[in-house]
Design a binder for this molecule. Sequence first.
Ligand SMILES: *Cc1c(COP(=O)(O)O)cnc(C)c1O
Length: 479
Amino acid sequence: MRDKIKALEKVSKQLDPNTEIRADWNRDVLNYADNFIEQLDSTKAYSVNESNGKGIYDQDITEHATDLKTLLKHTSKDIDAVGINPAAAGHMGYIPGGGLYPSALGDYIAAIHNRYAGVFYAAPGAVRLEDMLIRWMCKLMGYPNQAVGHLTSGGSIANLVAIVTARESQGLKANNIPKAVIYLSEQAHHSIQKALRIAGLSEAQLRYIPLDEGLRLSISHLERAIIDDKANGLKPFFINASLGTTNTGAIDPIENIGEIAKKHHIWFHVDAAYGGFFRLVEKLAPKFKGVSQADSITLDPHKTLFLPFGTGAVLLKEKTHVLKVFYYLADYMQDTADANEILSPADISPELTKHFRGMRLWLPLKLFGLKPFRAALEEKLLLARYFHKEIQKIAGFEVGPEPELSVAMFRYRTQKGDLNEFNTKLIKAIQHDGRIFLSSTTINGVFWIRVAVVIFRTHLKQIDLLLEIIKEKINELET
Ligand SMILES: *Cc1c(COP(=O)(O)O)cnc(C)c1O
């Protein structure tokens, strides 16, 4: 048996490469990363080609080892060169991503030391680090010190955790779900509806509250709906307020909604996945008034803290109900019970073993300090307003509301033919060009093109280029 084990060991040791191999691989990966970053200025924000990534199938899993250079070539050709490039300054579609460089280093460190950041006993330092980041976010949102929260993989899971906790807190059980009412606007992010389905609440009633002219949830309609529902024997259960809708960046009247929720004992959730970190811009503070009244808040560092994809956050003002949902002590984990000085992520989240996400967030925040984050967010805000102003100077353009955050909307009022059809052609032409990527939306049957300025690399130069591209495409389409 010893001989057999020794023979296996010889092969299995390949999983632990020596210094020279590591040095080779490090060099190759750093070269790849440097090339990628240095070419960003000239790479398109959106590209399609014939193979559309199919070449990656040549690298299906086999018994044999493949050299890293080959794999990186495939990465460049089959992954990087097709679709939307979320690292590019020209990506202004949907809510674009980020990818701060120090986050990559944070992920590298987290993968090397592989600390078990789900449980305090296993990794007290790692759990404290994530707790410190959550404390910082709580403070930013005006939450009290006894608030809890954890880093999720994104905003959708954060919304799910909030909804499940609300369900527990409001004592919803199978027999009263059909009477439960959820209040939201049509501009709420679809992850709310998805989370309701996952949480077993699809039989509950969705009450869509009309919008005001700024596409914000209308307060007077909200309270009337609640009163009517109560009179009809229903149970108002959950209000979702968007702090920055994905479509237009509109901010629902948070403070008023909070007062109504409190008065009627309804769970108040603020979905600030896109807008939350704009709180770092001091002059926007008034828009955040009342956020601290929320029972739960969703934030998304992979949006407005410019992190690479895979980091959201949920904050809960009070820990009782979230513990009721997520806390377990498995028999095999009995050693961990007494050692916990602070709550572990596993106690208040659906995950147990998890990525140590804190490292990719902490490193950039510490290496840069907050100042450049505040500047970048204010810059994005002003870039959206600048675009909104400049596009109106070009004959024929119509715009959506003045951007509250960093999303602007526009469309061209052609004299020839249907407006929605023309603007569909316009967005296709912009996307086909690819230097800047925009996406579109439909609000009350009207087709709008959106400009979402969220990438940290997006500056004045790209907005000016966008204005040029739009003029160029209009000329082509109108002749
Ligand atoms: C993006 C977004 C979400 C979903 O977050 P993911 O990180 O994509 O899962 C939820 N709500 C709002 C307002 C968003 O903008």
